[in-house]
Write a protein that binds this ligand. Sequence first.
Ligand code: GLN
Length: 487
Amino acid sequence: MSDNLNWLTIHAAHELLARKKISSVELTQACLDNIEKVEPKVKALVTETADFALAQAKKADATIAQGKATPLTGIPALMKDVLCTQGIRTTASSKMLEKFVPPYNAAVIEKLIAAGMVLVGKTNLDEFAMGSSTENSAFFTTHNPYAFERVPGGSSGGSAAGVAAGEAIFSLGSDTGGSIRQPAGFCNVVGLKPTYGRVSRYGLIAFASSLDQIGPFTRDALDCALVMNVISGQDKRDATSAPEPVPDYTKNLNGNIKGMKIGIPKEYFVAGMQPEVDTAVKTAIKKLEELGAIVDWNVSLPSTRLALAVYYIIAPSEASANLARYDGSKYGAAFLNTDSMWEGMEKTKQFGFGPEVKRRIMLGTYALSSGYYDAYYLKAQKVRTLIRREFDAAFTKYDALVTPTSPTVPFKIGEKANDPLSMYLSDVCTLPINIAGVPGISIPAGFAKGLPIGLQIIGKPFAEETLFRISHAYQQVTDWHTRRPMI
Ligand code: GLN
């Protein structure tokens, strides 16, 4: 058994740890051994933290020996490299932060370490989380464990691929327009974008602050609930984190979704969608119907078609403000050996940022400049309100909405790299959910020629429980989530 420990779920590993059938050091070593084996092909990690991991695993084993194990004690995990880790470099996969070592931990890292999590590495992403394939990483591209010539999705591609390839038991990512759900769908794992405000973003390197949320990648719905139990909740250091009490997210995972009302918004079955995705998603919805859910196949959210345009005004605008701080004067790369301070700032940005980040900064600066602000930014904010209201109205009738996670299966590396618009389109189904601030989960729902397909379930604000309940029920009668890549 011991060479397969890295493929366990959190709950299965916890059982074995608590009964002292295995130790956290063994479990962690299994992950590290597998990293050595698969990492040359997958390239999910920017930084491996083997020594730190083994030291934490020893501590976890001591906790377990005292009978004090909680569900995450001794469980190996990966963290997207936008989450600040004290003393461990945090790069955002950018040259700008290539040597940045944070002096403090992000709130989620603090909570997970306190809960006994073992950090085995920091994962690759599209630079500053801008992208859908990890091809925008300043360092290297991550490969999909199911097909190495294809992308793992993005921007949290390393976090998704790492869990899918058995490098750790779970991971965290961040999602601004789909960056957890789309790679989860592409890599056959579970990925949750929580409600805006559910998880503290203290210590998250900001992309677009009105849209960013941190969330887990796991192997099933129960594991996702276990991680959310630890990372959710209000934090005084993040003014946007919400005071809503945190329930025990595992409480209602009883397989019963009888009478639950589920709506299928037709706008999410977009033109250009691959027929295999359409079929798999509809088959999954019929499964939910068989489980007793009442499905309305004819829901309409007409403002959905505006979401992509709204996102590509709001997200770059906020990004241009957030990224203004990287000017060489505080931290990060600095090219200050110049005649004037201005020239130094210019050079820092010129060499520190990659092409996609520069494109976003230019888009955002343009949309916010006087004379254009009303025409673009203000208008986008108004449409944002319309999109939100449509979701509010839908949720007076339905407990959840179900859609594809992405219109396609994972595309080939290089296929969209020179066509930003077609890359942006790969998030049409996920962006509206960030704009509305509601929670969304992607769960494994089938394969087309060996390539994973994700199902997205969207819920009311702070109704993550509902998403877990539906996902868990689906996972009791299907086995897509238990499939592993052949690596
Ligand atoms: N792909 C989208 C973008 O490039 C979303 C990224 C994200 O969620 N961080 O903006």
